[in-house]
Write a protein that binds this ligand. Structure first.
Ligand code: ADP
Ligand code: 5GP
Length: 193
C-alpha cells in the first residue's frame, strides 16, 4: 500500500440461501471497480460453471482443516452438515492493502463475525426475500441442489430469516431491477461516490 492510500472498507451481503446475494453482489462487482470479492474457501463441490479461485477456493475437508489449524481464517462455519465455508485473512488483507473495498457473500453468523472484527470499517446488508414462499420457490427454481440439499437449505433459511434485525441495512429483493438499483445506492453511499 502506498503511504497516501487508506485501506479499503468491507461491504457485507448476507441472507438466507436463495434470497439473491450472489445476483446482487455480481452486479455491484461489475458496476464498481472500487469493489473486489472476498473469495471464500469451501468444502462443497463446484457447481457447473463455477471456477476455483474465482467463485470459491474449493478445498478438500483435510485441506480446510489444515488451514483452520494454521489460523488462516477470520471466520468459518459448518454451514450445512459436512460443508464448511470460511473467509481467509489473506483475501481481506490483499484487497484492503490495494485500497479497494472488500465485498462478501456470506451467511448470517459469518457476517456477524466479520462485523465484530471490523466494527468501524464495515457495513452489513441483509438481503430479505419478499416472503418465505418466494424464497423457497427461488431456491427450487435455481435447480442447483438435489432434494436433500434443498431440504437442508430451506430449513436453515427459515432460521436465518430471524436474524435480519442484527444488520445495518435490510434490502428487500422483490422486483430485481429495483433491488439492483437499491444495492447500487447503498454501495455509492458507502464508497462516498
Ligand atoms: P443467494 O446467493 O442468496 O443464494 P442467488 O443470487 O443465487 O441467491 O438467487 C437465487 C435464485 O433466485 C437465482 O436463480 C436467481 O437468479 C434468482 N433471483 C434472484 N433475485 C431475484 C428476483 N428479484 N426475482 C426473481 N428471481 C431472482
Ligand atoms: P453456496 O453453497 O450457496 O454457495 O453458499 C451457502 C452459504 O454459505 C451462503 O449463505 C453463502 O453466503 C455462505 N458462505 C459463502 N462463503 C462463506 C464464508 O466464507 N463464510 C461463511 N460463514 N459463509 C459463507
Amino acid at each position: 500500500m502506498s503511504p497516501e492510500q487508506t485501506p479499503g472498507k468491507l461491504l457485507i451481503f448476507t441472507a438466507p440461501s436463495g434470497a439473491g446475494k450472489t445476483t446482487l453482489v455480481r452486479h455491484l462487482l461489475q458496476k464498481f471497480g472500487q469493489l473486489a470479492f472476498s473469495v471464500s474457501a469451501t468444502t462443497r463441490p463446484p457447481r457447473p460453471g463455477e471456477e476455483d479461485g474465482v467463485d470459491y477456493h474449493f478445498l478438500s475437508l483435510e485441506e480446510f482443516r489444515r488451514r483452520v489449524a494454521e489460523g488462516a481464517f477470520v471466520e468459518y462455519e459448518e454451514v450445512y452438515p459436512g460443508r464448511f465455508y470460511g473467509t481467509l485473512h489473506s483475501e481481506i488483507e490483499r484487497i484492503r492493502a490495494a485500497g479497494r473495498t472488500v465485498v462478501f457473500d456470506i451467511e448470517v453468523k459469518g457476517a456477524t463475525n466479520i462485523k465484530k472484527h471490523y466494527p468501524e470499517d464495515s457495513l452489513a446488508v441483509f438481503v430479505a426475500p419478499p416472503s418465505r414462499e418466494v424464497l423457497f420457490q427461488r431456491l427450487r427454481d435455481r435447480s442447483t441442489e438435489d432434494a436433500e440439499s434443498l431440504r437442508v437449505r430451506i430449513a436453515r433459511a427459515a432460521e436465518e430469516l430471524e436474524y435480519c434485525h442484527r444488520f445495518d441495512r435490510v434490502l428487500v429483493n422483490d422486483e430485481l431491477p429495483a433491488a439492483l438499483a437499491e444495492a447500487e445506492l447503498i454501495a455509492r453511499e458507502f464508497l462516498a461516490i
